[in-house]
Design a protein. Structure first.
Length: 198
């Protein structure tokens, strides 16, 4: 028996709110949560976790309500901290980070730091959730560092391909702590892509 982990990237946020913690979903983002409900319809889910950031929590909230499950927030699943100020040229910053996992701004995090804390949190959940199906509400960069950990060929080009897709779902299949496969689901089109397989 395997453990299934579904990483759910948040729906479209309100970019006018520059506060990472409290940034809420846009009107479209709130509506797009229906796609998540449709995707998980009929699937057995045993637990739901989330980043503490509002946009991620609110993305998986309707699913939790439908399944009458509590959402357990885990700080280590929060998004990468870029800096204490809003940056305009995100693309150049992202390229720098993906080309050097230790690159960061003075008050920000490197991708290595983001990956380390996300993988630590994920492994802790896996230890407690053998042969179960788990949903984790998360963020584009945080999810991408998890995928990169198990499949190092996933880099900037792959991240750039999905950075504007909100929400999306990535499913990881595990045998204990060993990742067996990773699949990306575009829940708008119904398409799925295998990113990694043993």
């Amino acid at each position: 028996m395997t453990t299934s982990v579904f990483l759910v990237r948040h729906c479209e946020p309100n970019y006018d709110n520059h506060d990472d913690f409290s940034r809420e979903l846009s009107k479209k983002g709130l509506q797009d949560r229906q796609f998540i409900l449709d995707f998980f319809n009929g699937k057995i889910i045993d637990g739901i976790y989330s980043s503490p950031y509002k946009r991620s929590f609110d993305t998986v909230l309707p699913l939790a309500q439908k399944l009458t499950l509590d959402i357990m927030t885990i700080d280590d699943f929060k998004e990468r901290k870029i800096d204490n100020v809003w940056i305009e040229d995100f693309d150049t910053f992202a390229q720098n980070q993906w080309s050097d996992f230790t690159y960061k701004l003075s008050d920000g995090e490197s991708l290595q730091e983001v990956q380390d804390r996300n993988i630590t949190a994920l492994k802790s959940i896996l230890e407690d959730s053998q042969e179960k199906s788990i949903v984790i509400g998360s963020h584009g960069t945080a999810i991408s560092t998890i995928v990169n950990y198990f499949n190092p060929s996933f880099g900037y080009e792959e991240f750039n391909h999905i950075k504007s897709l909100m929400p999306f779902v990535i499913e990881l299949q595990f045998e204990r702590l060993k990742c067996l496969s990773i699949s990306l689901y575009n829940i708008f089109t119904g398409e799925s892509y295998e990113i990694y397989s043993l």
